[in-house]
Design a protein around this ligand. Sequence first.
Ligand SMILES: Nc1ncnc2c1ncn2[C@@H]1O[C@H](COP(=O)(O)OP(=O)(O)OP(=O)(O)O)[C@@H](O)[C@H]1O
Length: 563
Amino acid sequence: MSIDLWQRGCDRLAIELPEQQFSTWIRPLPPADISDAGEAGAVASLRVPNRFKLDWIRSQYSARIESVLSELAGKPVRLELSLAPREAAPAGTIPRPLPSRPHSAAEVLHRALIGGGAPAAASVATGATFASGSSASASHSFHSHAVSDAAAAVRLAQAALAQAQANAESDQQAQMQAGQVGQQGQPGLTNNGSTAALRMSGDTSGAAPLPPRPGTLQPPPAASRSRLNPVLTFDTLVAGRANQMARTAALHVAGAPGAMYNPLFIYGGVGLGKTHLVHSVGNALLRDNPNARVLYLHAEQFISDVVKNYQRKTFDDLKAKYHQLDLLLIDDVQFFAGKERTQEEFFNAFEALLAKRAHIIMTSDTYPKGLVDIDERLTSRFDSGLTVAIEPPELEMRVAILLAKSRQEGAPMPEDVAFFVAKNVRANVRELEGALRKVLAYAKFSHKDITIHLAREALKDLLSIQNRQISVENIQKTVADFYKIKIADMYSKKRPASIARPRQIAMYLAKELTQKSLPEIGELFGGRDHTTVLHAVRKIGGERQKNTELNQQLHVLEQTLKG
Ligand SMILES: Nc1ncnc2c1ncn2[C@@H]1O[C@H](COP(=O)(O)OP(=O)(O)OP(=O)(O)O)[C@@H](O)[C@H]1O
């Protein structure tokens, strides 16, 4: 009965929680041991592999796990968490029936965006702007019921892809399975999907492909003509809440280019995976159709092409190069600012490609209407298909990225270390990769195991900069400014919501962004008890998951504090 109850609880949580959260925190847990005390209830004893995970599950999920188990058991079930002994076998994996695979990426996105409601459909079809996660406030036309349907559908897509990827790693048979997924419009396994996306030094952001590992297949010639980096595929792109909409839209385009969501405009801050995503589309399309004419380029390359062809008066060459494409992937279009001739040529190419139903995907650091010094006739066209944001990765996603990339590097990072690094490196994926490189290099050269102690050593410069920059006082001042209250209110006993809420937000940020303990934070907030701080941390952390406006405000505050 105990395994069965636990299994059913997991199945329920798999439906309720975002896929990334479920996969990171719940799925890897060993089954809880359930001791039944008759009418009085039952106790579910769960052995968690490390302290970080234990604390996190206790603070974030234990209440929900208890209530799901109690509901299923028909009597109260108390959850008892303890640390698994070090030498214990690695945590087992709960077999979880995956939701049936979506029929195609197009369908997934369609369901995700349209959900059950026609009004949202209309706004999407005519050029909706929406953002995953915190920036969803920009999506006035995106109905909230569609958001929850979207989340559910995207979870289905993620589950199917996660399954395909997991299978693909294991054996030849799984490769065939992944190939079938590809035929349905989703990316399957690419020949070098497991090739490391990391280098031990230097920048990984450029488009220059890494040399494939011995034994992996060479990229097809079309990939080099297209300037695609064969390493940047959907297989190596970790999915999370931060990129779910953009990734789902990109999957759709890869499966059915030239159909809907054309142009696709992807925007977000630096190092969040925009370039990776557009390369993934190109690589997926070429894998399915090696004859497709695909070109990836940075906006600056387009600018220099225009200049060169103007100097040589070879306008026809320029047209021939761009107007014949099936898929144009163009990165960082904000670089077109102030370049009138380039904008003119891009406008021509844009019109020609759309007229023949070729697909265009653009990236930028801001949404189309936020672009400066770019002609309105262009920016309005940029916004005429689908505009999606990529957000900074949330904690679960950062952990998943570290685990995935360290595995690709052949030096798997233990979960507690990944958690430690992810908690401390929050800005973007590029920084996360930098931190991972440092930790792995440090372990390699010092011939030591990868532990939290080692990670702390390897990253001490980075951590000390952060600790220096973010103090509780700084947080109190920034939050007080933001919500227009007095700093003194942070320490006062006043309770009106207009003051109590910013104070709770400041406590939450103090816990998130500093190394201070709950009692220390309580002390700095006018001598409050640590339970008051814990309550604030849980409350704001929980609300943040559901309330997009609050999440947006917290992002702004976090970015301000991190400088
Ligand atoms: N979700 C992800 N999963 C795995 N790797 C990722 C993910 N997001 C980003 N990366 C990696 O992080 C690095 C930076 O990503 P990328 O260059 O795509 O960011 P970007 O948004 O285009 O940044 P910029 O605007 O500075 O060009 C790359 O090495 C990329 O492979």
